[in-house]
Design a protein around this ligand. Sequence first.
Ligand code: ZN
Length: 125
Amino acid sequence: MVMNIGHFRTKLEEERVRLEGQLKKIASPDADVPGEWNPKTPDLNPMISDANELSDTFEELDNEVGIEYQLEARLKEVMAGLDRIKRGVFGKCDIDGEDIPEARLEANPAARTCIKHARDISSGE
Ligand SMILES: [Zn+2]
């Protein structure tokens, strides 16, 4: 199958830039582990005397950690997709090496399996 790899590389690169931009707002790259991000903790105002306000702050932090986790997980998939292009195995199913349909890659260029095996691995889809 002849596939326009450049097209998918562009899509993955664009998504990587977008995800990193979003992550930078709520997390900092881990200096020790490349690809890992640590959620930023909000500046807790020691002057907050209102318990409700304080619990709001913690709730917000909770949400951000959830979002950070999702963004980081997706970024890892995108990076893995780019790595597959580098290794020349892009568009091949991880399980049986079958070609992944282009429509599936169009919907998710980071897809690691054909449709048949999509349920066999947890790819976070
Ligand atoms: Zn397969």
